[in-house]
Write a protein that binds this ligand. Structure first.
Ligand code: AVJ
Length: 320
């Protein structure tokens, strides 16, 4: 026991910093990347299969319908790179199309999760003998740096509405850095969820089975595990709301009573009033003008957008 504690503290240094910062703010908040420990990553995969969570299947349907057009627009002989690849399940549709056009192909999935990358390499390696999978373990900053060291003409996949977690100005900064790591002729395939009726949006983030609620509360369970905190999970409830002015879904955890929580590892005493919230996630829902703006401000050239018939999700090809 005595020896495991300092090791744990080092392992979660980034977590400790983020938690201290978020819980010192008013209102309290936590960064969305904290969702994705091993438990959270499994819960997210479960979310993508929920009947109410339309983004994953809608984007996959767009890839299935337009993979030919997308790869045609991207140009000949591309190396695929995917930022935040996870298990890269949707990517097989695009890889299949690449391999229809060329005898062999390279795929660089980039993610923070080693286990997800191993799963991606195992799955895709088995499925496509002519594909070489080179996984890269990195966070966003490291991943964007890694782009610059990959040779050949690249098609960078930033799909799944991953960009939706960032405020628009942060998105521009990320895309700008990405662009600086690319060369003329390279392209970006960006997936964005579109603004739509809250009747569709809210259930997607507050499903009947309670999987999203469990995903949200796992952030507290994680702090109990990694920070030696004593959050009572039943003392908080999951909230998903549509912030129309900012065009984003927000997730919060609301304290059901006045209570104290102690985070032993960082020696932090927290008090919550009844009804007080912790803001855990923003998921921005784009309009075409918003997409055009972030791409223009990051000096990418938008070439084409593919959507589903209901215009619920968009896949954009942008050129360096
Ligand atoms: C992984 C950021 C795209 O915003 O829809 C799903 C995360 N949060 N349900 C999203 C999420 C709650 C997801 N992204």
């Amino acid at each position: 026991m005595a020896t495991s504690k300092p090791l744990q503290f080092l392992a979660s240094d980034a977590t400790a910093l983020a938690v201290r910062r978020g819980f010192s703010a008013v209102p309290k908040w936590l960064p969305a990347w904290l969702f994705y420990d091993e438990v959270g990553s499994v819960l997210f995969e479960e979310i993508t299969r929920l009947p109410e969570y339309y983004p994953t299947r809608t984007e996959r349907a767009i890839f299935e319908a337009y993979a030919g057009e997308i790869l045609e627009a991207a140009g000949p002989s591309v190396t695929l790179v995917e930022l935040g690849a996870g298990t890269a399940t949707k990517t097989s549709v695009l890889i299949e199309e690449v391999l229809r056009r060329q005898t062999q192909a390279l795929f660089y999935p980039i993610d923070v999760s080693v286990s997800a990358l191993q799963e991606a390499a195992r799955q895709l390696g088995g499925q496509f003998p002519r594909l070489r999978v080179n996984p890269i373990v990195a966070d966003y900053t490291g991943g964007v740096e890694a782009l610059g060291r990959i040779s050949g003409r690249k098609l960078v996949l930033y799909i799944g509405s991953s960009i939706g977690n960032f405020e628009p100005d942060e998105s521009v900064r990320i895309l700008r850095r990405m662009k600086r790591s690319l060369r003329p002729g390279d392209a970006l395939l960006l997936g964005t969820d579109f603004a739509k009726s809250p009747k569709i949006l809210i259930p997607a983030y507050d499903d009947a089975e309670g999987v999203t609620a469990a995903f949200n509360k796992n952030i507290l369970a994680r702090l109990n595990r990694e920070m030696d905190a004593d959050f009572k999970l039943d003392a908080f409830r999951h909230i998903a709301l549509w912030n129309k002015r900012c065009s984003r879904i927000e997730m919060h955890l609301q304290s059901l009573s006045a209570q104290h929580v102690f985070l032993s590892m960082i020696d932090m005493d927290l008090s919550f009033t009844s009804g007080e919230r912790i803001h855990t996630e923003n998921s921005y829902k784009y309009t075409m003008p918003m997409v055009e703006t972030i791409l223009r401000e990051s000096r990418f050239c938008l070439e084409h957008t593919w959507c589903d018939r209901q215009k619920w999700f968009g896949v954009h090809l942008a050129r360096v």
